[in-house]
Design a protein around this ligand. Structure first.
Ligand code: BDR
Ligand code: CA
Length: 309
């Protein structure tokens, strides 16, 4: 039976690819997509969710809801340098007037998380691929309700690997460390998909030229535009040689558990200002999370490319 999921995201190029992967996977039933401030401001995130759904045209329209416009504490940090001005790189998606591929929830993202936790007790997997602010707000709103989720799968953090915002911290956790700390303490079954594994899954020029370009479908075209691949130079927007598939891997792990090897660890988050702000800390005590530390990169890329095609 398909797993019921909801996705909390900050679309974002790799968030968009994660949504495509999720909606193209009959193993999953995507009930809702919520947006959070992150890679780009929340209004853009919300528009991007609608745009990506207009590209996907899901058979069953998910509920969508807008979430936090800032972290619990401090100022928002955006990643336009990675995700472009709009958050979708150089891709443009025209939305047909009057045609909506979603159902709008009359409330905030954290209200929708709580509502669904009660509606599907013990059944719903929440995949969080942005800063964890909406999850923390749901915990603050109704901690008992939040515990009715089945599990959370989080793309974030750097456990043994280096960070990508600072030498120690990864973007999603660094953007709202206090929220991440609250989520870690929630007591729910949790899986972390950190940079340790997402840095092992990337799109390279040969994968794009040999596997994606020949697909010649709206999704392959979107991918190439979003990541800004230039055939002449064989490089990407931002002058890089490859693109990481951080968020799609978090969805991949839910589709196919054996893509990764996990370790149960006891983790906390550094919330004190300073060099280590937003760092994942290993602590003594009862393990509170399963951490993906090894990945079958080829297995995941095959899965991703198959669903894209
Ligand atoms: C994470 O940060 C964001 O820029 C990506 O969308 C991903 O969720 C990787 O550190
Ligand atoms: Ca993201």
């Amino acid at each position: 039976m398909a797993k019921k999921i909801m996705i909390d995201c900050d679309v974002g190029v790799d968030d968009a690819l994660a949504l495509i992967l999720a909606f193209h996977s009959p193993e999953l039933k995507v009930e809702a997509v919520t947006g959070v401030n992150g890679n780009v401001p929340i209004e853009m995130v919300f528009t991007n969710i609608q745009k990506v759904l207009s590209l996907i045209k899901p058979k069953k329209k998910p509920l969508i809801a807008k979430g936090a416009d800032r972290p619990l504490m401090g100022q928002p940090l955006y990643a336009h340098s990675v995700h472009g001005k709009s958050g979708l790189g150089e891709a443009t998606i025209e939305m047909e007037e009057g045609q909506e591929w979603w159902k709008s929830f009359a409330g905030s993202a954290d209200q929708l998380i709580t509502r669904f936790a009660y509606q599907f007790p013990g059944e719903l997997t929440l995949i969080a691929i942005g800063p964890l602010t909406n999850l923390a707000l749901a915990i603050l709103r109704d901690p008992k309700g939040f515990k009715k989720l089945k599990e959370i799968v989080i793309m974030g953090g750097a456990v043994r690997a280096n960070g990508n915002v600072t030498p120690f911290a990864e973007f999603n956790i660094f953007s709202d460390p206090l929220a991440a700390k609250m989520v870690l303490k929630s007591g729910l079954p949790m899986t972390l998909v950190p940079l340790d594994v997402t840095h092992q899954v990337c799109l390279t020029p040969s994968l794009i030229e040999e596997r994606i370009m020949p697909m010649n479908n709206p999704f392959s075209e979107f991918t190439i535009d979003a990541i800004g691949y230039d055939v002449q130079s064989r490089r990407f927007r931002r002058e890089t040689d490859f693109i990481y598939l951080h968020d799609p891997l978090a969805v991949g792990v839910v589709i196919k558990q054996d893509l990764v090897k996990k370790e149960r660890l006891s983790l906390d988050i550094e919330t004190e200002e300073g060099d280590h702000f937003g760092q994942i800390l290993k602590t003594e005590g009862t393990p509170n999370i399963e951490v993906c530390l090894e990945v079958d990169s080829k297995g995941f890329l095959d899965l991703f490319l198959t669903k894209l095609g």
